[in-house]
Every structure is written in structure tokens, then in C-alpha cells.
Design a protein around this ligand. Structure first.
Ligand code: SF4
Length: 346
């Protein structure tokens, strides 16, 4: 299986060029064609010798992704369904914010974590994506935005899959994204979300960088969280919170907790009080997410006034709280829904 052009960072291109009897500076030309000029083939790299272009073409896959469908929402959200070389499909989303365009990327085909409110896990895990396949999602989004002179301002690793179960590829992807020879997206504009793979939260805290971390929490106690997220039996809530404290102390950064409100399950006032006590004193932000209706799970939405009440209670514990603005409500916006439909998983 050939690697993808986006699998290599600048240093790796330098090594590759040296090994192929090329001057090291060709690596800079390569990065420029890929990330600044954003060409779609080796043929367009006109300042590279013809022989080198042929060699590159024989060694690498240029196209990691084919567009199967593109859905555009009235609010500007764009959802891509991409086909991979082996017939699998993944989703990538562009969201519009007042601070710029954000891209949500996928790190695995499917997911084995099994959160009960998530369509991505239907059908289990098929495989990990390579770093290049993750980079390619951002590049496809950037090329889409190029048509309107737009720019990818931030990236969230919150699509299908558990990034901390594909840790090396995720970290390599972020380094390419952040490189000033790559897309040059600032570390503070990149956020990774995990369901709570505790050992890799420690590793992530030790990476010594400014990349943001979000934890999918979704419940204020062990039993409820285990019933919603089976990973909580592998890495119990108390251990998860220990790793969060370590992250806070090590990085000095604020942590985000994602909390999907599911009607009647975890959205009552008592849950808000329990959560407030759990997170009191932490440098964190709770992001309340009114859960998208998942027909396969029969989950319902929390009424609007209860969402605001939940927020109000958390704030009495001095826990910063926001309510996530919904994107693309008129398209298959919930993570995994488009792919699930495409792959006949529903
Ligand atoms: S929410 Fe994330 S970790 Fe949980 S099943 Fe879905 S994709 Fe996997």
C-alpha cells in the first residue's frame, strides 16, 4: 500500500529527497506545492524535474479522498462524505463561526467506543486513518473555501472515531497542520476531543504544546456515565478526573468538558448539581450540547428551558458553561449519520 503525499511532514520530505539524490530544499518546494499552492497532482509541480515527478507518482498516492456527496446547510455548514481508497466512507464538516471557519475531522473509520448516543459507532471500528488521510480532510475543506477566498481558521478533532485510540497518527497530523511549512494553523486553534482514554490524556499533557483538549463527559457520576459510555468501565470517572487535574497542572490551559444533554437521562436539575460539585474549582468550560435526535437510539431532545436551567445551576458552582450553537440542523449533521446512511448501517 503506497503512502499518501500528506503523510509526510517537512523533515520527512527532506529525508525522502536526500534518499532519492535530491537537494534537501526540494522538500520546501514540495510543502509549498501541497500547502500553499494546493495543487492536485505531481504534474502541476512544474519546478520539479520530470523524472522526480514520475518517481513521486510511482511512490505516493496523491488523492486520499474522493467526494461522494457534499451537503450545504442554510447556515453555511458544509458536510462532506468522502470515499477512501478501500471503499470506506468518512465525514468531514466545515462550520461557520463569527471568528472564522472551523473544520471537524474524523480520525477512524467507525469507532469501537460504543457511546450510546452516537451514530458513528454503529457497525464498530473498521480501521484507523493515516495522518495523511486526516490532513487530506483539512486540505479538501481548504480547497472548498478557496473558491470564496476563505481560510480554515481552526480545526477540531471531534468527528467519528476516538483520536486517542489512533494517537500517533493524530499527533503527527497536528504537527503537520501546525507547521509553518504546512497549513500553519496555530496550536491554540486546534482542539482534540477524547471520550476518556486516560493513559493518552497523560501523554497529551506531556506533549508540551498549546493544543486544546476536550473531554466527552456526558454524566456526573460513575453509574450513569457507564450506562451511556462503556469506556467508563475501562477508565472510571475518578481516574479520568485525576488525568484532567494532571493536564490542568501540567499545561496551565483550560479544559473543555462536552456534555450532551439527553432528554430524561442526564439533563435533570439533580444532574446539574452533581456536575457542579464534581467540577467546582477546575479551570474548565462545560459545553452543553443538545443531543441530536438519533432514531436508532430513540433519544429525545432536552426542552429549551431545561437547557438554560441546567446552565444556570452549573454557574451557581462557578463552573463556566456555554450552550453549543447548532450547525447544519437541516442536513445530516449528527456525527456519523451521513456515513451510516451511506453504508446501510441504519
Ligand atoms: S462519541 Fe466519539 S468516542 Fe463515542 S462512539 Fe461516537 S465517535 Fe466513538
Amino acid at each position: 500500500m503506497k503512502p499518501f503525499v500528506y503523510d509526510l511532514n517537512h523533515e520527512q520530505w527532506k529525508t525522502w529527497m536526500q534518499e532519492h539524490n535530491q537537494p534537501e530544499w526540494r522538500a520546501g518546494q514540495m510543502m509549498d506545492w501541497l500547502y500553499v499552492k494546493r495543487v492536485d497532482s505531481f504534474d502541476e509541480m512544474t519546478n520539479l524535474p520530470k523524472g522526480l515527478r514520475t518517481e513521486l507518482d510511482e511512490t505516493f498516492h496523491f488523492r486520499a479522498l474522493d467526494v461522494i456527496t457534499t451537503q450545504e446547510s442554510k447556515d453555511g455548514t458544509v458536510k462532506f462524505l468522502f470515499g477512501l481508497y478501500d471503499g470506506h466512507a468518512i465525514e468531514t464538516v466545515i462550520m461557520r463561526h463569527n471568528y472564522g471557519n472551523s473544520v471537524c475531522v474524523t480520525t477512524q473509520v467507525g469507532c469501537r467506543i460504543g457511546c450510546t448516543f452516537c451514530a458513528s459507532t454503529l457497525g464498530g471500528l473498521k480501521r484507523n486513518l493515516t495522518a495523511g488521510e486526516i490532513v487530506a480532510q483539512v486540505m479538501m475543506a481548504q480547497k472548498y473555501l478557496d473558491r470564496e477566498n476563505g481560510r480554515v481558521k481552526s480545526v477540531v478533532v471531534m468527528g467519528s472515531g476516538e483520536p486517542f485510540e489512533n494517537y500517533e497518527a493524530t499527533i503527527h497530523f497536528i504537527r503537520i497542520l501546525n507547521s509553518d511549512r504546512g497549513l500553519n494553523i496555530g496550536q491554540r486553534h486546534i482542539t482534540v476531543s477524547t471520550s476518556g482514554v486516560v493513559p493518552n490524556i497523560y501523554r497529551f499533557a506531556d506533549e508540551d504544546w498549546q493544543v486544546g483538549l476536550a473531554i466527552s463527559l456526558h454524566a456526573p457520576n460513575q453509574d450513569l456515565r457507564s450506562s451511556l459510555m462503556p469506556i467508563n468501565r475501562r477508565f472510571p470517572l475518578a481516574e479520568l478526573l485525576d488525568s484532567c487535574w494532571y493536564y490542568l497542572e501540567k499545561t496551565g490551559r483550560r479544559l473543555t468538558f462536552e456534555y450532551a444533554l439527553i432528554g430524561g437521562k442526564n439533563d435533570q436539575n439533580a444532574h446539574a448539581h452533581e456536575l457542579g460539585k464534581l467540577l467546582k474549582g477546575m479551570n474548565c468550560l462545560v459545553n452543553l450540547i443538545p443531543v441530536n435526535y438519533v432514531p436508532e437510539r430513540n433519544y429525545t431532545r432536552t426542552p429549551r428551558n431545561q437547557i438554560f436551567e441546567f446552565k444556570r445551576i452549573l454557574e451557581t458552582y462557578k463552573v463556566n458553561t456555554t450552550i453549543r450553537r447548532e450547525h447544519g440542523h437541516d442536513i445530516d449533521a449528527a456525527c456519523g449519520q451521513l456515513r451510516a446512511r451511506h453504508s446501510n448501517l441504519t
